[in-house]
Design a protein around this ligand. Structure first.
Ligand SMILES: *[C@@H]1O[C@H](CO)[C@@H](O)[C@H](O)[C@H]1NC(C)=O
Ligand SMILES: *[C@@H]1O[C@H](CO)[C@@H](O)[C@H](O)[C@H]1NC(C)=O
Length: 339
């Protein structure tokens, strides 16, 4: 048997880098347990609404957030002095004159309505789910995106698998589009689908059908599974990519109210989901929250955004450098929560 002699008084000298590591560790620990009580806003340009997403590009010097707005644009945050600037768009028929700042849902099929973003860090390609134009991709300089797969009724979410390059996305329904969801008497159905785009074969496969509403899927950091939300089904499923249950789904969280997009959290194996309690079926007061949970379906934290997003649905909660970036279809800003 071997024993380790404890010699730490002699061996551990407090070097600047060790001190730095300790401070970083402390900050992370505070960030993880904090309640995100500080709030600030990233305002959209005048007249622009509906930032559904908040994606960052790059790891060491992250750029962004990039967001998707009602008038069909993908915008990039350039810091407080510049604000948001145009980055990309999804519709080949879109003109700035006709579309910029529009809130008319009937212009969606002309202007586009991007809903979700996912960067592939190695290629710097940006994958886009657009409500009308399906799955698209755009290069590092932005501009008009290229459609990869179309013919969907209501694409709502996308996430690229960093290991394989496969792209997972969700089409919320075979029958209704984004405009119908705000029309009187709207009834959601269970015809949503979870799909995979393979960039090598350029083929789309249907992995799950019969889903109750859309949202945004998230591939796990280790590439073993994808989480699939059902906005009106109030649940999140785990779709296995590898192992004995590959290509099968199992229920992970069975009672999560109106889960929209799921995003990987800062800590390995954890996720944030944007939920809007009381959205559907409608109640007099909607309560927007971020819920952090792990890959076993254990809820670790719930953060309420009700003060700044009073009675509003939210679409995404994106963690970046210990801050939460909250996007909503109903605001003219991205909310930033920090400790
Ligand atoms: C959805 O809305 C569009 C545009 O208003 C309309 O043409 C269509 O009939 C609606 N579909 C359903 C299923 O309500
Ligand atoms: C919340 O919004 C709904 C729908 O817009 C509205 O009917 C309701 O009165 C609002 N509730 C409060 C407390 O403002």
């Amino acid at each position: 048997m071997q024993y380790f002699r404890i010699t730490y008084p002699n061996m551990v000298t407090i070097t600047p880098s060790l001190l730095y590591a300790f401070v970083v560790f402390l900050c992370m620990a505070v960030g993880i347990s904090g309640q995100y009580a500080k709030f600030s806003k990233l305002d959209l340009p005048q007249g622009v609404t509906g930032p559904e997403s908040a994606a960052f590009r790059g790891i060491i010097f992250p750029e962004g957030p990039f967001t998707t707005v009602t008038d069909g644009r993908i915008l990039k945050w350039q810091g407080p002095n510049v604000g948001f600037v145009d980055f990309a768009y999804t519709s080949p028929t879109r003109t700035k004159q006709f579309c910029d700042t529009t809130t008319d849902p009937n212009k969606g099929p002309i202007c586009g309505r991007p809903m979700a973003l996912s960067f592939q860090p190695t290629t710097r390609l940006l994958y886009i789910a657009d409500a009308y134009f399906g799955l698209l991709v755009v290069g590092p300089n932005g501009g008009l995106a290229t459609q990869l797969a179309g013919g969907f009724k209501f694409a709502t979410g996308v996430d690229v698998d960093l290991l394989t390059g496969n792209v997972y996305f969700i089409d919320a329904s075979l029958t209704y589009d984004i405009r119908n969801t705000t029309q009187p008497g709207f009834m959601p159905d269970s015809t949503g689908r979870f799909l995979r785009y393979n960039p090598l074969t350029r083929r789309v496969s249907v992995l799950l059908s019969g889903l109750s509403g859309g949202g945004g899927p998230a591939v796990s950091q280790d590439g073993r599974f994808v989480l699939v939300p059902e906005l009106t089904g109030n649940r999140i499923s785990k779709y296995w990519l590898v192992g004995p249950r590959a290509n099968q789904a199992e229920l992970l969280l069975g009672n999560v109210r109106n889960p929209n997009k799921i995003k990987r959290a800062g800590r390995f194996g954890e996720f944030w989901v944007a939920v809007s309690l009381g959205f559907r079926p409608p109640t007099p007061l909607i309560t927007p929250q971020g819920v952090r949970f792990n890959s076993n379906g254990v809820v670790l934290q719930t953060v309420s955004f009700a003060t700044q997003f009073f009675n509003k649905t939210i679409s995404t909660v994106q963690e970046q450098n210990g801050k939460l970036y909250v996007g909503s279809r109903l605001t003219n800003f991205i909310g930033v929560y920090s400790n």
